[in-house]
Design a protein around this ligand. Structure first.
Ligand SMILES: Cc1cc2nc3c(=O)[nH]c(=O)nc-3n(C[C@H](O)[C@H](O)[C@H](O)COP(=O)(O)OP(=O)(O)OC[C@H]3O[C@@H](n4cnc5c(N)ncnc54)[C@H](O)[C@@H]3O)c2cc1C
Length: 570
C-alpha cells in the first residue's frame, strides 16, 4: 500500500508562476491547505536566473500605452498569439508591478524616484521594468517572503512529481517521490496548478538550469493533455561561449552592439529600424546568416560565434546596471566587458509551447490549471518578446491561483480512488526504469539526444535535418538506456536523471514532429525549405497528444480579435 498525504490544493513548481499562484490561492482561500511540490529548494527554481526585466506599461504619462504593448506582443508573436490572451497580459501587468512593489520588490529607480524601465527587443517603448540585471532573483525573493506571511502554504521541497491521478475526467492527486528518503507517495488534492517551467535542457547549448527538463510537461501529456506549439523554441541571440550562460538582452537595451568580423554593426542589414533591439528570432537568424556568409568568428573551442561590444557603455554603468553579466563574463569566460568583446552565439532560451490551456490557464483535465512557462495559453505565439515571460508567470500565477482555490473550496464529491493508476505508475518507474536492465550509459544518451536537437532543430531548420533528427531521436530512444546504477533510496539523483531522460524523449519527438509538419517560416521556426509565412495553411496552433506508439498531431485555431496578420517588419 502506497502512503498518502492530502492537501486541498497543490501547486507543482516553485518558480515565479508557482509562488505567485500560491499567494493568490492563500488569499482567496485562507483556510485551504496549500502544498507547493517542487523537485528543488524554492530559490533554486530557474526563475531566479531571469536577468533583464519584466514588461509592463507604467509610463502612460510619458507616452506608453497598453494598446501598444498588446500590438508589440502580437506582432512579436508573428501573429500566432491568441490576441485576447495577449490583451489580458498587457492589461493586468501594471497592477502586478505595483503589487510586487508593495510586497517589497527593489525595482531599479530613476533619479526622480520613479520605477525605471529599460529597452528590450521588439518593443516600441522602453517597458522592461528591472532590478539591476537580477530581476528574477529579486522577484522570487519578494514572492517567497510574501508566501511566508500565509501559514496555509506548505512546502514539499525536493519532492519529484511523477504522474497525475485522475478518474478519466477529473483531477484526484499526483504521485511523487520524496527525494530525501526515496519514499513513493500519493498526494491527494482537490485541485492542482502545474507550474513546472520550461524544458530548454532538451538542447545541449542552453541558458537553462540543469533542472529545466520536460518531466512536468510529460506528466500532463501522459495524463491525456495536449502539448501545444512545441515546435517554437526561442534561441536567444547572446549565449556566452563556451558555457551558453545568458548575456541579457538588457545589455543591448543599455546600448551594446553586435559586431561581425568586418567590425560592422550588421543588424542594419536585417532590421534597420530596431537594429540590435529587433525581436530575438530576427537577431538570432541575422547572426547565423552572417556566420554562414563568412563574416563570423571562430571561438577557441572551434564553435562559430559573433561579438558583443559593451565597451562604450563604460565600466561604471556596467557595474551599476549589468553587474550580474559582468560577473558572469569575468568568471566564466575570463573577459571584462568594459575592456573586451564577448563571444556569443544563439542559445536555447525559452519554449513558446507547453501544456495546452485556455485564456484562464484551464487544462483538459477538470481541476488542473497550468501557468508560467510550462503552460501554453498562446500569449507568445511563435516568438516571445523578452521580458514578457516573467510577466506571464505573474499574471497567470494570480489567475490560476484564484481559480484553483475557488474550485478546491467547492469540495466536489470524489468517486472511487483509481488504485490501478498508482500501481501502473509504480510499475512504470520502478520496474521500467529503476530496475531496468539496460546497458547503455543514460548520461551519454542524454548528451547525444541534446546534441541532436542542437544540430537538427536549431535557429534555421529544413525538412531533411528535421527528419534525420527525428530518426536519431527514435533510434536513441530504442536503445537500452533504462537502468540506474545507484541503488540508494536517499537522494538518488541518478534515478531522477533517468526519469528526466525518459520524459525528454517524448517531448523531443513532439518538437521535431511539430517542426516537420509546419511547412512554413513563422517567428522562431525558420525553415530554409519553406522560407515564407503561410497564413493560408498554417495560421493555426499545433496540438500533440500522447500515444504509446507515436504522438497524435492535431491543430487548433488562433484567436484573432483586433489585428489582422500583416507582414512583420522592424
Ligand atoms: C537565464 C534566463 C534568463 C531569463 N531572463 C528573463 C527575463 O529577464 N525576463 C523574462 O521575462 N523572462 C526571462 N526568462 C524566462 C523566465 O525566467 C522563465 O520563463 C520563467 O521564470 C519560468 O518560471 P516558471 O515559474 O514557469 O518555472 P521555473 O522557474 O522554471 O520553475 C519550475 C519549477 O518546477 C519545479 N518542477 C519541475 N519539474 C518538477 C517535477 N517533476 N516535480 C516537482 N517539481 C518540478 C521545479 O522544482 C521548479 O520549482 C529567463 C530565462 C532564463 C533561463
Amino acid at each position: 500500500m502506497v502512503d498518502s498525504i492530502e492537501y486541498d490544493m497543490i501547486i507543482c513548481g516553485s518558480g515565479l508562476a508557482g509562488l505567485r499562484a500560491a499567494i493568490a490561492a492563500a488569499k482567496k482561500g485562507p483556510r485551504l491547505r496549500i502544498g507547493i511540490v517542487s523537485k528543488l529548494q524554492v530559490m533554486r527554481s530557474h526563475s531566479v536566473s531571469a536577468e533583464g526585466g519584466t514588461a509592463a506599461v507604467i509610463m502612460e504619462d510619458e507616452g506608453d500605452t497598453v494598446e501598444s504593448h498588446i500590438y508589440d506582443t502580437v506582432k512579436g508573436s508573428d501573429f500566432l498569439a491568441d490576441q485576447d490572451v495577449a490583451e489580458k497580459l498587457c492589461v493586468e501587468m501594471p497592477g502586478e508591478i505595483r503589487k510586487l512593489e508593495h510586497w517589497g520588490m527593489p525595482w531599479s529607480r530613476r533619479d526622480d524616484g520613479r520605477i525605471d524601465q529599460r529597452n528590450f527587443g521588439g518593443y516600441s517603448f522602453p517597458r522592461a521594468t528591472y532590478a539591476s540585471d537580477k530581476v528574477g532573483f529579486f522577484e522570487m525573493q519578494t514572492l517567497y517572503d510574501t508566501c511566508q506571511k500565509h501559514e496555509n502554504i506548505e512546502y514539499l521541497n525536493e519532492w519529484f512529481a511523477t504522474s497525475i491521478i485522475h478518474d478519466g475526467r477529473r483531477f484526484m492527486g499526483i504521485t511523487a517521490i520524496e527525494m530525501s528518503t526515496g519514499a513513493f507517495y500519493v498526494i491527494k488534492a482537490g485541485a492542482m496548478i502545474i507550474a513546472t517551467g520550461g524544458a530548454g535542457r532538451l538542447y545541449s547549448f542552453s541558458t537553462y538550469a540543469l533542472s529545466s527538463t520536460p518531466d512536468g510537461l510529460d506528466m500532463g501529456l501522459r495524463a491525456g493533455m495536449a502539448l501545444k506549439d512545441m515546435e517554437f523554441v526561442q534561441f536567444h541571440p547572446t549565449g556566452i561561449l563556451p558555457s551558453g550562460i545568458l548575456i541579457t538582452e538588457g545589455a543591448r537595451g543599455e546600448g551594446a552592439y553586435l559586431l561581425n568580423s568586418n567590425g560592422e554593426r550588421f543588424m542594419k542589414r536585417y532590421a534597420q529600424g530596431k537594429m540590435e533591439l529587433a525581436p530575438r528570432d530576427i537577431v538570432s537568424r541575422s547572426i547565423m546568416t552572417e556566420i554562414r556568409e563568412g563574416r563570423g568568428f571562430k571561438h577557441e573551442t572551434g564553435v562559430d560565434c559573433m561579438k558583443l561590444d559593451l565597451r562604450h557603455i563604460g565600466d561604471e554603468k556596467i557595474k551599476e546596471k549589468l553587474g550580474g553579466i559582468r560577473e558572469i563574463s569575468i568568471k566564466f569566460s575570463g573577459i571584462d566587458p568594459a575592456k573586451d568583446l564577448l563571444d556569443i552565439r544563439p542559445v536555447c532560451h525559452y519554449m513558446m509551447g507547453g501544456l495546452h490551456t485556455d485564456i484562464y490557464g484551464t487544462t483538459e483535465i477538470q481541476g488542473v490549471w497550468a501557468a508560467g512557462e510550462a503552460a501554453c495559453n498562446s500569449v507568445h505565439g511563435s516568438n516571445r518578446l523578452g521580458a514578457n515571460s516573467t510577466s506571464e508567470c505573474l499574471v497567470w500565477g494570480r489567475i490560476t491561483g484564484e481559480l484553483a482555490a475557488e474550485y478546491a473550496m467547492e469540495k466536489k464529491p470524489q468517486g472511487p480512488w483509481p488504485h490501478h493508476m498508482v500501481s501502473a505508475e509504480e510499475k512504470r518507474i520502478y520496474d521500467g526504469i529503476f530496475r531496468g536492465n539496460g546497458h547503455e550509459n543514460p548520461y551519454e544518451i542524454r548528451q547525444q539526444l541534446t546534441d541532436t536537437m542542437n544540430e537538427k532543430a536549431y535557429v534555421y531548420r529544413n525538412g531533411e535535418d528535421l527528419a534525420e533528427g527525428l530518426r536519431r531521436v527514435r533510434e536513441l530512444k530504442s536503445k537500452a538506456w533504462r537502468h540506474v546504477d545507484d541503488g540508494a533510496k536517499e537522494y538518488n539523483t541518478n534515478f531522477l536523471n533517468v526519469m528526466e531522460l525518459d520524459s525528454m524523449f517524448r517531448v523531443a519527438e513532439i518538437v521535431l514532429l511539430g517542426a516537420l509538419n509546419r511547412k512554413e517560416s513563422r517567428g522562431a521556426h525558420a525553415r530554409t525549405d519553406y522560407a515564407r509565412r503561410d497564413d493560408e495553411n498554417f495560421l493555426h496552433h499545433t496540438l500533440a497528444y500522447y500515444d504509446p506508439g507515436e504522438p497524435i498531431m492535431k491543430t487548433h485555431p488562433v484567436t484573432i480579435t483586433r489585428y489582422k496578420p500583416v507582414e512583420r517588419k522592424y
